[in-house]
Design a protein around this ligand. Structure first.
Ligand code: APR
Length: 263
């Protein structure tokens, strides 16, 4: 059973890196993007571009309304997030490189989490007229709770308290550049990896999608847990076609037993 093979790989790992996508958070109630019931099946991705966010107060107000509504019952980490946190605590994972912006890895207790696409948990000033996908803010930054409190107080499109610029979560929208240094940080963690574990990603968005493939090409063992085929299945050492939560929980529970057996 490939979950057994995954447990064997993880038991031997001392610097593994999990590379996660939206699929690890669907069991927390957050839709992914490209599954048949994903976000892009009902929303226009162009409405999630940096340019539109800057140009459209109505779009910003809609985004804040949705975030405020979601935060009334915040999503919680699921078995998959907690399993990865346990594997880090037990010394098998060095950290996580995630495409997700939901903060659930940190909520589950993971300590080294590199958020390639930013986070809904932090907001920054992006200035009044940022161009070409590069925020030009004054430096103001705050927790997302600051912005939600402004929305709750009736400010539909919270503005920067210092320069009156547009405020945005640090999520990287389409057409927006990745934050400086994030890709280098993720690359450095993966270059030190002795195992790469891809969980819940269609591996369809660059430059993120290239990271696990580049690691695999250097000979690092690769495992994939996904409930649909992925482009890396044919080069993976282990590929588990299943929902992540149950598999990762079972594997994380089995790893200590393997470690004892080989001690
Ligand atoms: N367990 C395992 N796999 C799952 C689960 C689950 N519970 N739920 C969904 N999946 C799989 C889906 O089958 C799909 O292959 O996870 C994958 C999610 O793929 P995407 O929806 O494309 O999400 P992701 O790969 O994270 O997208 C990358 O695209 O739109 C941008 O910025 C966005 O970060 C995102 C990026």
């Amino acid at each position: 059973m490939s979950a057994d093979a995954l447990a064997d790989l993880l038991a031997d790992a001392r610097a593994g890196v999990a590379f996660t996508g939206a699929g690890i958070s669907t069991e927390s109630g957050i839709p992914d993007f490209r599954s048949p019931d994903g976000l892009w099946a009902r929303e226009d991705p162009r409405d999630f571009s940096f340019r539109r966010y800057v140009a459209s107060p109505a779009l910003r107000e809609q985004a804040w309304r949705r975030r405020h509504a979601l935060w009334q019952a915040p999503p919680r980490p699921n078995l998959g997030h907690r399993a990865l946190a346990d594997l880090e605590a037990d010394g098998h994972l060095a950290g996580i490189v995630t495409q997700n912006v939901d903060g659930l890895h940190q909520d589950a207790g993971s300590r080294t989490v590199i958020e390639l696409h930013g986070s809904t948990r932090r907001v920054v000033c992006i200035g009044n007229a940022p161009r070409a996908g590069t925020p030009q803010g004054c430096g103001f930054a705050a927790s997302h709770t600051w912005a939600l409190a402004r929305v709750e107080a009736g400010e539909a499109d919270p503005r920067c308290p210092r320069c009156d610029g547009i405020v945005k979560t640090t999520t990287v929208s389409f057409g927006q550049n990745l934050w400086p240094g994030v890709l280098e940080e993720a690359t450095a963690l993966l270059e030190r990896a002795d195992l790469v574990l891809v969980v819940g990603s269609s591996l369809s968005v660059e430059p993120a999608a290239s990271l696990p493939r580049r690691a695999q090409r250097t000979g690092v063992p690769l495992a994939v847990v996904n409930d649909e085929p992925t482009p890396l299945d044919d080069v993976a050492d282990v590929s588990v076609r299943a929902r992540a939560g149950g598999v990762l929980a079972d594997v994380a529970a089995a790893v200590p037993l393997r470690r004892q057996a080989s001690a």
